[in-house]
Design a protein. Sequence first.
Length: 364
Amino acid sequence: MYTISQIQGIEWELTTKCNAACPQCVRNFYGGNTIQSLPLVSQSLEQFKKAIPWDQMSSLKQIYFCGTYGDPIACPDLLKICEWLKENTDVNVTVHTNGGLQSVKYWQKLAKVVDKCAFGIDGLEDTNHLYRRNVQWHKLMRNAKAFIDNGGNAIWDFIVFKHNQHQVQEAKTMSSKLGFADFNFKKTHRFLDKKHDLIQKSPVMNSKQEIEYYLEMPTNEEYKNKVSEDYVRLEKQYGSFKEYAMLTNIVCYKLQVKDIYISGPGHVFPCGWLADRMYGHEPENHPDHARMKNLWSSLGGEHKANLFYTPFKEIVEEGWLPLLERTWTNKDRLERCGVQCGSDMTHIKSSAKIKYKNDYAKNT
């Protein structure tokens, strides 16, 4: 894998709590109830300071407080953590948020201690709530303004759907007027079912699991994610996408760029996609869940992958991650690794050099 001194970036999930209920987020059932397999936790400043050996992270340049399972602003100690990082390290800090929490004073302080804040704003006042459910537009705009007016470097990230595709240019113009440093429209690839078959729409549910409306793929070709076409192509080529994922050469993108992911409960993975096999929708029903549990059992238990119980250096260099890497060439691999970093995926072909040859595929 890599040594801790080689790690350049960390995607760090400080909390699994969130004020929003985004329908295609892995933390809830289509915008309804929070999934039961997700432990609701937040890391403290003291836990954060002790989590990794900071004096040995000589190549660390970037920490990205991501929002895979929770919004970083929902972590009570986020501001203290960012202040500590600014005072004690030279690490570049980015926060991703829906922008709907906390006070003006909080955002004014945050602007002074982070290098960048990416706001997930998927539309304008009449559409943002269709995806960013429970986020109040006036509060979001107030918080973004407070951050920007106090010197904060803000990015506007816009996920494009059918219902908001006509607003992309207007939102871009608005972002510039408000003082956002950049505007990015994002092409979602989440219109897939459990078999990775392409679907045109996905349901949005309430807490009673009743469908309220549907999200639909954008119809404008400019905003469609072409990765979805890879799924269709590879399913035809291999007979099923699962077969492809278990046979393809694996080229771990995060290994190439020397990044790592730390979950809210403290588990360490190369990327957040693998965390889905621990905390996602009904993980116990997916073969990867059992495979991961078996791998951890061979090391002595689940705690061997958790930095609150096992030293970070041991996890990365001696135990869990080297073991995971060895599975990439045999039948014990996690299907998710093949799905995300299979060598036949277009984005992998263009971004990484094939490094791991699948001997298992040759022998089956």
